[in-house]
Design a binder for this molecule. Sequence first.
Ligand code: IVH
Length: 678
Amino acid sequence: MDQEFVLRAAKLREEINYHNYRYHTLDSPLISDAQFDALADELRALEAAHPELITPDSPTQRVGGAPAEGFAKVEHPAPILSLDKASSRAELLAWHTRISKLLPEPALSLPKGLAYTVEPKFDGLTVVLHYRQGQLVLGATRGDGLVGEDITANLRTVKTLPLRIPADPDGPQPPPYLVVRGEVLILLKDFDALNARLIEAGESPFANPRNASAGSLRQLDPAITARRPLHLYAYSIVTADGPVPETQQETLAYLHALGFAQPDEIAFFQDLDAVADYCEQMIARRNTLPFEADGLVVKIDDLATQAALGVVGGRPRGAVAYKFPAQEATTTVVGVEFSVGRTGVITPTALLQPVPIAGVTVGRASLHNFDFIAERDIRIGDRVLVKRAGDVIPYVEGPVVDVRDGSQRPIVPPTTCPACGDPIVHPEGEIAYYCINAACPAQLVQKLTYFTHVLDMEGLGERTAVQLVEQSLVEDPADLYFLSKESLLTLEGFADKKADNLLAAIAQAKDRPFDRVLAALGIRGVGTTVAQVLADAFPTLDALAAAPAEVIASVAGIGPITAQNILTWFAHVHNRAMVEKLRQAGLKLAAESKPVVAGEQPLADLTFVITGTLSRPRDDVKAWIEALGGKVAGSVSQKTSYLVIGVDPGGSKYNRAQELDTPLLTEEQLYALAGTYP
Ligand code: IVH
């Protein structure tokens, strides 16, 4: 291995980790996104060519490694305890009175008396992070408080989690071994965006940020975790083999200096009354917090005093959880409503005896899916606990079983579609129940609006979609392209101009790129982002339709379930017919891969040098570059425009390119630059 590569990779890792920290944790980037991407691209290219250069703290590892079989058990260096609760000012004062009697000598001699740090009590998942020589070596879940599970691969994907500390090279040097405790959660703004994305992809949204975080952290496939917007706040040092701060306030500042994110809502007081005032203010402001918190943690600031106060009944005396009033209530399930989503998924919603929760009257609540109903054994007529979290739709948490009187009836999944009456199917191994009738009107309206939304067809909203479906003018979205003006004029409110405008908008949306068309098909799991990934790997729709599931699933970022959904979709006669109609209408069913036309020279005036093995014979690539107007040289010089890096590149060309600041391209980037491939 060339020493140059090793050094360059180390330098890139350090720079990328630092800029990542500036961007995600400090929210204060120093370089542009494009500059950041260039660094990341260079590191990826280097690592692709020399996999032995990949280190555990490499930022490229944040995308998630290979799926795990299960999680190994990890013993925590110190148990994770629960906290005593206080729910009012009086209870907070009572806690204080209790511990005051026990205060050990050192506390009484503290120069300024007792002080308190107040932090949010994050409603996420506790994690324990082990750093050796500044490198993250192990990350574990809380588990039972004594033994957790090794989820290091998943935690590496959390962007606000420093893989190396200090994240800023100018930060403090941590002790050789440092164990930090914190909480992984999803910020409310990211949660909304995540759910919107899931819904768009035809998947079920999460009930609340906590479920989303839990589901994401315990994923066996870290690539899935990597797509979830997880966030870390660190709040304590569990153990260290060197000096660390002596107070909680200094600990937070120290953790911040090492590169861990901290919330804005941290307060420090020297007087318990001020603590109580602050807690009351925070209750009033709880809905303005950018994350979910179930209360505040009031901690004795001096850590030696905290430790000396000891633990009773598994709860440390030196801290107390000041709980926010619950945003929940119990009420009765009076019925269940089933609705059909765009992808045919049947969703159950509980109809409730209306009940006020934190100022809002709640009459309906999500039941998520039928597995959830079975798992919690929720029945019609049950008294249930309903929760509201932030601005999220209320959901049923579970039944109060001991007040059942025998009149309760189980919730049975429907056997026929509530919208079209066709039989419902429940695929083996899947949670969902589906209506797979491609002509189901409930799905059709939503499919149409989704189709027109993804393809940016202006002027065709839900109202028009309903009209088209009701008048049987379309049976699937492809029929839009075959609408006649006469038929549109039969719709209520459609005059000459409106019909013309609509037809023009439909025609205009014919030139949307292939990946958009692919997304618009409405295949479960294939939203706009996944469609882009697929379109890169399968340049034509026919290639995708013909690909076996394993081949589709081998594409980075595509899981086996999505691969199977794609297969199932193309197996459906009606869907294949729709594709043919789209083809006939002239939509783009292939990526822009212009054949080399005489006179078209996208690589004119560019000189390339190739190093390493490419996916196609080098002579073919060379001839292709030349046909597109480019030149290919044997060695890097001032005249070289790009060095194209394949697998196992040679050191001399690479080093020369580094000296001359020659831009690097991967094979894929070369094809992207040309807008076509050989
Ligand atoms: S410190 C001595 N601080 O709440 C103090 N815990 O009931 C020990 N939690 O699972 C706990 N936010 O992980 C502390 N700012 C915070 C916290 C926090 C959430 C969790 C903690 C534990 C539970 C304790």
